[in-house]
Design a protein around this ligand. Structure first.
Ligand code: ADP
Ligand code: MG
Length: 728
């Protein structure tokens, strides 16, 4: 065994579960490091408290004197907890979180110092932003960017730092992060949905979008992971033969959680409790060493922040437990990768979940209104929804028969399919009293209460209705949920706006009653959105063919998928809904395309290096041993040697052919990269990386993996799949 692999394996055997103590009840720990409503009540003056609550609930501006009071109280609270620094915490388009710490400490002359944190520092900061992706925004406009306090997401303490969630924008106002467009989208859906709610209940003043994510991940022994250059640099294995035992026995899913992993989870959950992240569920996933974590759902902006924060904390807690967390969508070939389901719903300030069937015909009509409008929105913008989850790493997972395909469709289950069929038959225009009664009693009135327990579960659907929410299942495990949540809320907002207009026209111009008008519009929606509804097997080849006939998009790669983001239709959508300007949409497209190119480029370099500098030399070494051996056999057996060394000679030949193939393909890949790198046009360049360079990965990997089976385990340089996946 190579020295590196040997030591990593040996050391990993000493990695025992780290003791974890839980003395305090979780409910008592919950939110203790968050400047939440409770803490604010204690620390803020009445005026300041009211100011912040108005900002949170109604988006009111916080004036400077209030900000001064809040910052001062925040500082007192933080100091009482041993905090020394503060930071504006934000989510730039790099996909990670960013922070730059400043101490509260300030000198005031004469060798004296105090702790200071003013309103100005709370409200706005100017990090040197020139190294964050801007998609050309800062070049064309102004060089600087700034972060601004988002009072709707509470400040929190991590370690000894007070973190203030902020948006990150260019000086000219363009968004440079995930949060800014998300907040605008949430605002848009609030307005549009509230307007529609008023058909049913005049008391509704606000509609909030909720998100409950489910995060899948792998836990790999830290030393074993760091013994592999591919995991270290790309977060996934670029080669490695499948282990004899993988997930075929299905013995990991929902099995007993291994001790070391469990202690990591408990530690992580404690951190989450302190930070107010309401994690609730944990279990083994399908693949060996794969797990899932899910919280209780929250308001979408907060849930997105919490997921970003979680991904960050996971890495740190894992390190303490001698693990490395892999959030990549496909860390290992041959076994399942990881995703992040996004459970989504809308609810009113009067406490009604708009995607849950109600108890009365009227509340069910409200449910059907939001349900059908969501379906229509997804139908109208399926290609954009696909684009919202596109990334180099998620390309491995979508359509690989373990996660939904790259085709977006909606699954609603048998019962609701029937309800829609009946509604489709509603008479055009005015309804007779008999028909109205019939609808009330037998269609709208009969959406069963038991729906929630009864909803069929089609795991192959990318967008499934699960009783009281939609579940967007195609989101990548590494993704910032802000991207898909911005798109989903925007398209639903737009759809609800259109719906309201259509209904109002029928009421005002055609003299229909409100519910008649609603039935009429819904009926037309049901007719026109059938193509997006699919109840069958999303993994099947037949679905691809069927979807094509239905006119649904099937963009399998990121460069193809991302194009939807800059279509005229989408640019207009974001402009109309005040979520993103044309410049912002185009900048995002550019950033994501560049990120794609960079990812494939890094992977290509790492793969070339590992294949040429680790695998080939090892193969040559082993081949030389075989050659020496055959020479020795010849000496001893003389003329008979050909019969005793036939297999050996075959092996030498086989190894040669793989070495040849690896070298030839690595050279081909380097040349393809050279050619791609001089392409000016972004789309063409990304296409070259996708269709000229990336396919060579499979070629190179195939031969490396074959060698792994032929070469002496003693000298194989890379930690093997069985070691990575079954060390616990
Ligand atoms: P699974 O999909 O694994 O069967 P569940 O459907 O029970 O699990 O719930 C998954 C997630 O859905 C949880 O994180 C939960 O918080 C979230 N969830 C439940 N209700 C809502 C809702 N109204 N809005 C958003 N998320 C929700
Ligand atoms: Mg789920």
């Amino acid at each position: 065994m190579s020295t590196l692999r040997f030591h990593a394996l040996k050391e990993s055997l000493f990695h025992k579960p780290l003791p974890v103590e839980e003395k305090v009840r979780r409910s008592e720990l919950f939110g203790t490091n968050v400047f939440n409503e409770n803490t604010m009540r204690q620390y803020l003056t009445k005026d300041a408290f009211k100011g912040v609550m108005n900002a949170i609930k109604f988006g009111k501006k916080i004036d400077r004197s209030i900000a001064d009071q809040v910052s001062s109280s925040m500082k007192d609270w933080a100091l009482s907890k041993g905090v020394t620094h503060y930071t504006h915490w934000f989510q730039p388009l790099t996909g990670t979180t960013a922070e730059k710490h400043d101490a509260f400490f300030e000198t005031i002359g004469e060798g004296m110092a105090i702790e200071k944190f003013g309103g100005g520092q709370l409200v706005q900061q100017e990090p040197d932003a020139s190294s964050f992706p801007s998609g050309g925004i800062r070049n064309t406009f102004e060089a600087r960017g700034y972060t601004a306090w988002d009072p709707t997401s509470p400040a929190f303490i991590y370690g000894t730092t007070l973190c203030i969630p902020t948006i990150f924008v260019a000086y000219t106002g363009e968004a440079l992060d995930y949060k800014t467009p998300l907040l605008r989208a949430l605002n848009a859906v609030d307005q549009a949905a509230t307007d529609v709610c008023r058909y049913f209940d005049k008391n509704v003043k606000k509609v909030t979008s909720s998100l409950g994510w489910e995060q899948e991940y792998f836990l790999i022994d830290k030393l074993l992971a760091s013994s592999r250059p591919d995991i270290t640099l790309t977060g996934r294995t670029l080669l490695g033969h499948t282990s004899a035992k993988g997930q075929q026995l299905d013995d990991h899913y929902f099995g007993a959680i291994p001790g070391r992993a469990l202690n990591f989870m408990r530690d992580l959950e404690t951190e989450c409790m302190l930070l107010g992240i309401p994690v609730k569920t944990r279990h083994n996933e399908v693949a060996p060493n794969q797990f899932e974590l899910a919280p209780i759902f929250e308001e979408a902006n907060l849930a997105v922040d919490h997921n970003s924060l979680l991904m960050d904390i996971m890495g740190r807690v894992a390190s303490k437990h001698n693990f490395k967390v892999l959030l990549h969508e496909k860390p290992f070939a041959g076994i399942n990768g990881s995703g992040k389901h996004n459970n989504w719903s809308l609810s009113t300030d009067t406490g009604v979940n708009l995607l849950a069937p109600g108890k009365t015909p009227m509340s069910n009509l409200q449910f059907l209104t939001f349900f059908i409008n969501t379906i229509k929105a997804v139908h109208e913008y399926e290609e954009l929804l696909r684009a919202s989850i596109a990334s180099a790493s998620n390309d491995h997972r979508l359509g690989a028969n373990e996660a939904p395909p790259a085709i977006i469709s909606v699954f609603i289950g048998q019962q609701l399919t029937k309800v829609l069929e009946e509604l489709e038959g509603v008479t055009k225009g005015k309804l007779s009293p008999k028909e109205k009664t019939e609808l009330k009693l037998n269609v709208v009135g009969k959406i069963p209460d038991v729906l929630l327990d009864n909803t069929d579960r089609n795991r192959t659907s990318p967008f499934a209705f699960t009783g009281n929410k939609f579940e967007f299942r195609a989101v990548g495990s590494l993704a910032n949920c802000g991207n898909p949540m911005t798109v989903l809320n925007t398209i639903v907002a737009k759809q609800l706006q259109d719906f309201k207009m259509e209904v109002d026209v029928l009421i005002n111009k055609k003299d229909l009653k409100k519910d008649e008008a609603i039935f009429n519009v819904l009926r037309e929606y049901i007719k026109s959105t059938k193509a997006i509804l699919f109840e069958g097997n999303g993994y099947g080849k037949e679905w691809e063919e069927e979807a094509k006939k239905r006119g649904l998009s099937n963009n399998k790669s990121t460069p193809e998928a991302l194009k939807a983001k800059i279509s005229d239709k989408v640019i207009k959508l974001f402009e109309d809904m005040n979520v993103m300007s044309k410049v912002e949409s185009e900048a995002r497209y550019e950033i994501e395309m560049e990120a794609y190119i960079m990812h494939i480029q890094i992977e290509a370099r790492v793969l070339g290096d590992v294949a040429r500098n680790h695998i080939v030399p090892t193969a040559v070494k082993y081949q030389n041993i075989l050659i020496e051996n055959v020479k020795g056999l010849k000496e001893i057996f003389d003329k008979k040697y050909a019969s005793v060394s036939k297999e050996q000679i075959n092996l030498i030949e086989e190894i040669s052919s793989h070495i040849e193939a690896i070298n030839a393909n690595v050279t081909k890949m380097i040349n393809a990269r050279r050619e791609a790198n001089v392409i000016e046009d972004l789309e063409k360049k990304a296409m070259a990386y996708c269709f000229e360079i990336k396919p060579l990965f499979d070629e190179i990997r195939y031969h490396c993996d074959k060698l792994e089976l032929l070469i002496d385990d003693e000298i194989w340089p890379l930690t093997k799949y069985r070691e990575l996946l079954f060390t616990r």
